[in-house]
Design a protein around this ligand. Structure first.
Ligand code: SAM
Length: 333
């Protein structure tokens, strides 16, 4: 049997997970992510083809990466996404294939995605109030997202369904009780993610972060103490259940409780750049070698080299913090 040296960074963290962005375009304009007018989109020829993505995922899988999450921009605006899902579901070694979406096109795509082999989904949802939804996403699309979630629910093979809510101070506090109630009523794990300095408008300030601890206190005011559940070591979220057993919440606290020491992730942008941290200021170009005839071994060497340079940690809380070289929708969240 061929023994392959695992993909390890210089801090002995093993890389097991890749987030693959399939487009930088999005049909929402969430205030914490993108400007109202959008961003200059990548030209079509800049974007990796499905075959190029599949090749890189296959190489990564051979190096021990077993978790692949498709993201964007909004991944469902990429034409024929279920075809890519089918291609990646067949890659040897990919054990966990998931998708992060804003959900607005999910009612149309849930069936073909499941048929293609998707087994897990994360849907972004910041509020259950129509007016507030339009305020934060700059689109009146709550009903479409809820229809998308109902469609996903029809497929028991698509579990867990996770809802991601970006927690912004002065906005999210009032939304927490309804979102917590949703986690109790529906088979959805509702996760609150601290607002990070990855917004293209660069308006993020430390004071805008509503921490997981603050949200937990709001929930506990309504429902009493939450009970912490065990989580995978590499998990980004702390998991909790309600004391009466109905429903699960997650808290992703990158600002107040950084989890870099157990980070096992790398990212591939839509234009084929490998990023070793959300907050990287440098990227490793895989597209050019890929298109220039590089062998698998040459790509492996490049990937290993990049991973050896994976950042120890993000520096959001350090003096002189410098923002990442691109914003969230351009990286792939
Ligand atoms: N369009 C898809 C979606 O809405 O899920 C996938 C891409 S989106 C960039 C991925 C995740 O990043 C979403 O859950 C989104 O809410 C989150 N996100 C965007 N900007 C963020 C920020 N500044 N801080 C924290 N999370 C952010």
């Amino acid at each position: 049997m061929l023994i392959v040296e695992p993909l390890r960074d210089s801090w002995a963290r093993e890389i097991k997970s890749v987030r693959v962005s399939v487009t930088d375009k999005c049909n929402f304009r969430c205030t914490y992510c993108m400007p109202a007018e959008g961003l200059p989109w990548l030209a079509r020829e800049e974007i990796l083809t499905f075959e190029e993505i599949e090749r890189l995922v296959r190489i990564l899988a051979q190096l021990g990466v077993d978790e692949v999450r498709l993201t964007g921009g909004e991944p469902l605006v990429r034409r024929d996404l279920p075809v890519l899902v089918g291609m990646l579901a067949r890659v040897d070694g990919v054990q966990d294939l998931s998708l992060t979406t804003n959900g607005v096109l999910l009612d149309r795509y849930a069936a073909p995605l499941v048929a293609a082999g998707l087994r897990r989904i994360n849907v972004s949802l910041d509020t259950l109030n129509h007016v507030r939804f339009a305020e934060i996403a700059r689109r009146d699309a709550l009903d479409a997202v809820l229809r998308g979630l109902e469609a996903a629910e029809q497929y028991p093979e698509l579990r867990p369904i996770k809802l991601n809510c970006v927690a912004v101070k002065g906005f999210t506090e009032t939304e927490v009780p309804a979102l917590a109630e949703l986690a109790r009523r529906k088979p959805y794990v509702v996760r609150f993610i601290e607002f990070m300095p990855l917004d293209a408008d660069e308006v993020w300030r430390e004071d805008d972060v509503l921490t997981g601890g603050e949200i937990r206190a709001i929930v506990e005011e309504h429902y009493g103490p939450l009970v912490e559940l065990p989580a995978k070591q590499s998990s980004t979220a702390r998991r909790f259940r309600f004391a009466d057993g109905a429903g699960e919440l997650g808290f992703v606290n990158p600002v107040s409780e950084p989890f870099c020491s157990s980070c096992d992730r790398i990212r591939l942008t839509a234009d084929g750049q490998l990023r070793t941290c959300l907050f990287s200021r440098r990227e490793w170009d895989l597209k050019q070698p890929l298109r220039g005839g590089a062998s698998d071994q040459e790509l492996v060497d490049l990937i290993r080299f990049a991973v050896r340079h994976k950042e120890l940690k993000h520096k959001i809380n350090d003096p002189g913090f410098a923002r990442a070289s691109r914003s969230m929708s351009q990286i792939g969240g």
